[in-house]
Ligand binder design. Structure first.
Ligand code: GTR
Length: 331
């Protein structure tokens, strides 16, 4: 039986300093802020909001989630930084931008690593997925907890200039990539000019001609409105980059073990929920592209693209050789 008087007047900070975890009834209300670059209704946003509702319910409203969608708090680099200092709790970001923070994740950013999206899902749902989440949590300086994965399909090229029928059509195009040197090198190896830039700047850059194109999955292309300025979409499917929900370690350490366990549980559920929503959104995006008259090119033979990115594999592959082998072995 816990004696309430024992905890009376003890601040959360004091309790932590003495190694105590305050019982649930004595813990302060917390509004956990979450950031996502995508708008309301997008699968990742909806899944984190659903996690928040469950958390509120399970804690009688003591813990809740406030979602800041549509880049209200900036791009993904900003979200990661805000989570690191504890200004926000949840950052839903791409592994593309997490790679430079937690090097072990960069293996997932190798072009054409996964055979298809199903392969990526099986890897992330299994032991490797958990191991890589733990790499985030146990990283000595990242200041983040790897909570769960989110699907993001496959990324393809799009541009404002011309239909891309084969790899030669990429020549000379300035193509925006995520802020990670690996992607700049990938784009240059493919014949384009890779320009790294935050997601929050992409629409304007396409509109003003700062870049000629970008690459992303159909839902991002459509629901973040890039399709209004880039009319040519080419199914290169060169990257299957998963996404993550990372949680601020500064905030995590203020939570009781019970609350942390709730977050882990609801995180896993959010991962599954997002996948279902993703499939629906992916189809909606393709339908919307068609209705908007977007020229969609399919690439029958991806081999020239796969061959072209060999320098990226030569440079980064050896470092991740063991993990690559394990990933490739997953059926
Ligand atoms: C989207 C992804 C975002 C962001 C964006 C980008 O597919 O959902 O997290 O990484 O791509 O290209 O920056």
């Amino acid at each position: 039986m816990i004696d309430r008087r024992h905890f009376m007047g003890m601040t959360t900070g004091a309790a932590l300093a003495t190694g105590f975890t305050l019982p649930a009834w004595a813990q302060a209300k917390m509004v956990l802020k979450a950031s996502d670059v995508h708008p309301e209704g997008y699968p990742t946003v909806a899944a984190v909001e659903s996690l928040g509702e469950k958390l509120s319910k399970a804690t009688g409203g003591r813990l809740s989630v406030q979602m800041y969608a549509s880049m209200q708090l900036g791009g993904e680099k900003e979200a990661i930084e805000q989570a690191q200092i504890g200004a926000i709790a949840f950052a839903r970001v791409s592994v593309g931008v997490m790679g430079p923070v937690v090097d072990d994740l960069n293996v997932l950013n190798l072009p054409f690593l996964f055979r298809d999206t199903k392969h990526a899902q099986t890897v992330l749902d299994g032991a490797i997925g958990q191991e890589l989440l733990d790499k985030v949590t146990n990283h000595p300086t990242a200041g983040l907890v790897g909570l769960c994965w989110m699907d993001a399909g496959a990324r393809s090229m799009y541009d404002t200039k011309r239909p891309m029928k084969d790899i030669g059509d990429l020549k000379g195009l300035k193509v925006r990539v995520m802020g990670n040197p690996m992607f700049v090198e990938m784009m240059n190896a493919l014949g384009g000019n890779g320009v790294a830039m935050g997601y929050d700047q992409v629409f304007t850059a396409l509109q003003t001609g700062v870049v000629d194109g970008a690459e992303n999955n159909p839902p991002s292309f459509v629901f973040d409105n890039h399709y209004q300025v880039a009319k040519y979409y080419t199914l290169t499917e060169h990257l299957i980059v998963p996404e993550m929900v990372v949680f601020s370690k500064a905030t995590w350490n203020k939570l009781s073990k019970e609350d942390q366990a709730l977050l882990v549980k609801f995180g896993k559920e959010a991962q599954a929920e997002e996948r279902v929503l993703w499939n629906v959104y992916q189809q909606q995006a393709l339908d919307k592209m068609k209705a908007a008259g977007i020229v969609v090119e399919t690439i029958a033979d991806k081999k020239p693209f796969q061959d072209a990115v060999k320098p990226v594999w030569d440079k980064y592959g050896p470092k991740y050789a063991e993990m690559i082998k394990r990933i490739q072995a997953v059926q």
